[in-house]
Design a protein around this ligand. Structure first.
Ligand code: GDP
Length: 262
C-alpha cells in the first residue's frame, strides 16, 4: 500500500536503513499474493487477490519468541523483540519472470527466499515442469552468487530457500515429501537436458571447463539432483507444507521458518 511506497522513497535518504527482505517467488497461481495478504492482515482471512504485474512490498515484523510461533499478525513492536522486515511479492507469470529475477538480483539485505508451489497441481506434468524450470533458474542464480567471489555476495551471506508446498487443504495435494522428491526428479531431468550437448560430447569430467560446471545445478556430474547438494554452496533448501485458505496446517511453519532467517 501507500505507506510502504513512501517508506521506499524515504530509503534514498542517508539516515534510513534498509530493512531485511524476504522475497516471494514461484509460478503464477501458486498463492504468493494470498500468502502475503494473510501475513499482512493476520488471522482475519485473506482478501481476494489480484494478478501481480509488479512487485509489491509489505512491512512485517517477526520474533523468534516461542509465543510468536503461530502468530503472524502485523505486530506493533512494543516489546522490542521483533525484527521488522519487508516481504516482497513478485509476478509469477512466465512473461514477467525477468521482473522477479531482476528483483532477486538487486535486493539489498536479502535474507531469505520463499518459493511458493501449488502442491495440489504438482501431480500434473506440465505444472511440475514449469515449476521446476523456474526453481532451477532461481537455485542456479543463488549457486552462482555463492561461488562468485567478486560479487561480494559471499560476504553478504548465503540465502536460504523455503519451498512452501501450498494448498494442503485440497485433497489432490501431494504430501510435502512427494513435493520434494518430484521436484528433485524434475530438476534432475532439467539439469541433464540443459547440459546435453556437453554430456554427449564425451568429454571427460576432468576436462570440463569451469564455465560448463557453472551452468550445472548442484554436485557436478552427479546422477541425481537433491536439494542437499545445495549445501555445498551453503544454501539451505527446505520443503514445508501449508495452506493459505481452507482447513489444513496453515501458514505457521512458514512464518516460523521466516522468523529464524531474518
Ligand atoms: P499467485 O499468482 O502466486 O500470487 O497466486 P494467488 O495468491 O493469486 O492465488 C491463486 C489462486 O489460488 C487464488 O484463487 C487463491 O485463492 C488460491 N489459493 C491460494 N492459496 C490457497 C490455498 O492454500 N488453498 C486453496 N485451496 N487455494 C489457494
Amino acid at each position: 500500500g501507500a505507506p510502504v511506497l513512501l517508506h521506499l522513497i524515504l530509503a534514498s535518504s542517508s539516515t534510513y536503513t534498509v530493512p531485511p527482505t524476504v522475497l516471494l517467488l514461484g509460478p503464477e497461481g501458486a498463492g504468493k499474493t494470498s500468502l502475503l495478504t494473510l501475513f499482512e492482515r493476520g488471522d482475519d482471512g485473506p482478501a481476494p487477490t489480484h494478478t501481480t504485474q509488479t512487485t509489491q512490498a509489505v512491512e512485517l515484523s517477526a520474533s523468534v519468541d516461542s509465543e510468536s510461533r503461530t502468530s503472524f499478525r502485523n505486530h506493533d513492536d512494543t516489546s522490542g523483540t521483533h525484527t521488522k522486515f519487508l516481504m516482497v511479492d513478485t509476478p509469477g507469470h512466465g512473461k514477467l519472470r525477468n521482473v522477479a529475477m531482476g528483483k532477486l538480483a538487486r535486493t539489498e539485505k536479502l535474507r531469505a527466499l520463499v518459493f511458493v508451489v501449488d502442491a495440489a497441481a504438482l501431480g500434473e506434468q506440465d505444472v511440475l515442469a514449469q515449476t521446476a524450470g523456474y526453481l532451477h533458474d532461481v537455485l542456479l542464480f543463488l549457486q552462482k552468487r555463492a561461488t562468485d567471489q567478486k560479487s561480494g555476495a559471499a560476504k553478504a551471506g548465503r540465502i536460504p530457500v523455503l519451498i512452501a508446498a501450498n494448498k494442503m487443504d485440497l485433497f489432490t495435494a501431494l504430501p510435502s515429501t512427494l513435493v520434494k522428491t518430484n521436484l528433485e526428479a524434475e530438476l534432475t531431468r532439467i539439469r541433464a537436458t540443459r547440459s546435453k550437448g556437453l554430456l554427449d560430447s564425451g568429454v571427460g569430467m576432468d576436462e570440463v571447463g569451469s564455465e560448463e560446471q557453472d551452468g550445472w545445478l548442484g554436485e557436478y556430474g552427479s546422477e541425481k539432483f537433491s536439494f542437499k547438494q545445495m549445501q555445498e554452496f551453503d544454501i539451505d533448501v527446505e520443503v514445508l507444507p501449508g495452506n493459505v485458505t481452507g482447513d489444513g496446517p496453515g501458514a505457521d511453519k512458514w512464518w516460523w521458518w521466516i522468523a529464524q532467517k531474518i
